[in-house]
Design a binder for this molecule. Structure first.
Ligand code: MN
Length: 241
């Protein structure tokens, strides 16, 4: 597939990704998902400001990595879009990003307990997930929202080479090399958080080792079919029949 064909697929998958993430309870009225352009890697696609479940093909817009829309047409755009551009700048390996407020993850952003992999499907977590503290950048007079490029750049630095970064008292950002994998990781980040919280209530938790997580990740992500199966299921769940 050439780059133009890839972008046509990216735009169609982006609409589906919005619907899937809303249906799965990762995004509600808020949060957003983006995919880097294959034609111009210095650009990305994201919906205009809208509830994700209501996003249609005509809502997809193109932005540069500083968050400027190429063709605004008077539309409202997401205030926190800087999260996407700054992570794309910092991570050439990342081609898709989900920013969500998925509820089970938030406890790990406001306590001393690190989010760690407790089940094999969350193998991409691998190590304690970093937590971004906005007070470190903006001080006490912050709005919790990332509405400045400089704050988003600090978030990208906290992410480092991880797949997920938590935002204290707010949400998280999940990244991947492609859009379908980013959706997969956002869904299993939420599920892992839920299972980890339940496990912690029962007693001492036996976490996956980094070696186990790496080995399973290789097996899972090494095969296109492994990621196609859940994607097909999730698409079918949001496709009217
Ligand atoms: Mn947010």
């Amino acid at each position: 597939m050439n780059a133009a064909g890839q972008d046509e697929k990216n735009r169609a998958d982006l609409v589906a990704a919005n619907h899937i993430l809303a249906h799965q309870g990762i995004l509600d009225a808020f949060g957003h998902v983006s995919v880097r352009s294959a034609v111009n890697p210095g650009h990305y696609f994201m919906s205009r400001a809208s509830a994700p479940s209501m996003v249609g093909p005509g809502d997809i817009m193109e932005f540069d990595l500083d968050g400027n829309p190429l063709d605004l047409q008077g539309r409202k755009i997401y205030n926190e879009r800087f999260i996407h551009g700054e992570i794309f700048k910092a991570r050439p390996d990342v081609n898709a990003i989900v920013h969500s407020h998925s509820p089970s993850v938030i406890p790990f952003s406001v306590t001393e307990t690190a989010l760690q992999p407790v089940c094999h499907m969350a193998c991409f977590l691998q190590k304690a997930v970093p937590v971004f503290e906005i007070r470190d950048v903006e001080g006490e007079n912050n709005s919790l929202l990332i509405v400045k490029g400089t704050t988003a750049a600090a978030l990208a630095r906290k992410l480092g080479d991880s797949a997920v970064v938590l935002m204290r008292g707010h949400g998280n950002a999940v990244v991947a090399g492609n859009l379908r994998l980013a959706v997969f990781r956002a869904i299993y980040t939420e599920l892992n958080a839920k299972i980890q919280s339940e496990s912690l209530r029962l007693g001492r938790v036996n976490y996956l080792t980094i070696q186990e997580a790496r080995n399973f990740q290789e097996a899972l992500e090494g095969s296109e079919a492994n990621l196609q199966r859940p994607w097909d299921l999730w698409v079918s769940e949001v496709t009217p029949r």
